[in-house]
Design a protein around this ligand. Structure first.
Ligand SMILES: Nc1ncnc2c1ncn2[C@@H]1O[C@H](COP(=O)(O)OP(=O)(O)OP(=O)(O)O)[C@@H](O)[C@H]1O
Length: 290
């Protein structure tokens, strides 16, 4: 990132990825700016891990481009790599290292060696620095992966299903920790998770993926104020309201762009006030990605 760079931290443009004939990503375009906590939502096989792989330069795009801090992701300079942190789905390897040794050892790979992790991060993780990595439980290994990704105070943190093996208390504490991390001016998070109640609390934006494509990208503030379940026929919706999905059980429509004017217009069309409900992220997700 050149001095004074003020663009998005992540910029994907018409990104595509194929494995042989299998299309894992198709025409994915989005940006993530400073200060955003972006939740990446999608059912199994939607392409989240592939997208993260392209972001980290582990996978090369088959089409389009993906840039971090303005530079091609796969050719990121060591200095910019040091401004990112990554938490994988599972941490493997390094079994014979002791926790403290591994933290010190991996610090040596940075362009500028970071100091020891901040005490609040180590307190959260609660790991014995003398314990062998191979002796840690799945949840403890995940805490270690989080310490390793955050120890150098990266500007951009990318997390692929980071909380699946954390217990409820550790998960809750981690979500608070992420919010605290982003409160530092200008830091960003891209987090893929199936625990939508967590994302609902901390994300500032949600990107919904299905079959390798983005099907909806919304600020959470907009989702809260203008996404609604509305009991009405599709052709009765006011023009400025778009339909995102239909609840197969009740027939209600999930709409975006709902406001007071929509309610008045629809009531006039139907001759009665429609039944309108506020969606949660999980039910919206289930109907949109079905
Ligand atoms: N190395 C690979 N070779 C072939 N196909 C692959 C490879 N990696 C991923 N895929 C395919 O690409 C698609 C997207 O997979 P991906 O792992 O990105 O999904 P995901 O959204 O992360 O899923 P999950 O929630 O289960 O982790 C799937 O159809 C998957 O089978």
């Amino acid at each position: 990132m050149s001095e004074g760079y003020a663009g998005p931290f992540i910029a994907a443009e018409a990104l595509g990825k194929q494995f042989g004939t299998r299309i894992a990503l198709a025409d994915v375009t989005f940006t993530v700016g400073p200060g955003e906590i972006v939740g990446l939502l999608g059912p199994n096989g939607a392409g989240k891990t592939t997208l993260i792989g392209c972001l980290l330069g582990f996978l090369l795009p088959s089409a389009g481009s993906i840039r971090l801090f303005g530079e091609t992701a796969a050719e990121l300079s060591p200095a910019l790599r040091g401004r990112t942190g990554f938490v994988p789905q599972t941490m493997s390897g390094f079994g014979w290292f002791r926790v403290g040794e591994l933290i010190t050892y991996l610090g040596k790979f940075y362009a500028q060696e970071p100091g020891a992790p901040p005490p609040w991060l180590l307190d959260w993780a609660g790991l014995d620095p003398k314990a062998r990595v191979k002796s840690l439980s799945g949840g403890q290994k995940q805490r270690l992966a989080i310490v390793l990704a955050m120890r150098h105070a990266p500007d951009l943190l990318i997390l692929d299903e980071p909380v699946a093996s954390l217990d409820p208390q550790a998960r809750r504490d981690f979500m608070a920790l992420l919010t605290r991390f982003c409160a530092q001016e200008g830091r960003s998070v891209l987090i893929s998770s199936h625990i939508l109640s967590d994302l609902e609390k901390i994300a500032t934006r949600a990107i919904f993926m299905r079959h390798g494509s983005i099907i909806h990208d919304t600020p959470m503030a907009r989702f809260r104020t203008s996404a609604r379940w509305v009991a009405a026929p599709r052709d009765a919706l006011p023009q400025h309201v778009s339909c995102l999905a239909e609840d197969r059980d009740t027939g209600a429509l999930l709409v975006d762009g709902w406001d007071e004017a929509s309610a008045a217009a629809l009531a006039a069309t139907l001759g009665a006030a429609p039944d309108v409900r506020i969606p949660d992220l999980e039910t919206a997700f289930l109907e949109m990605t079905r």
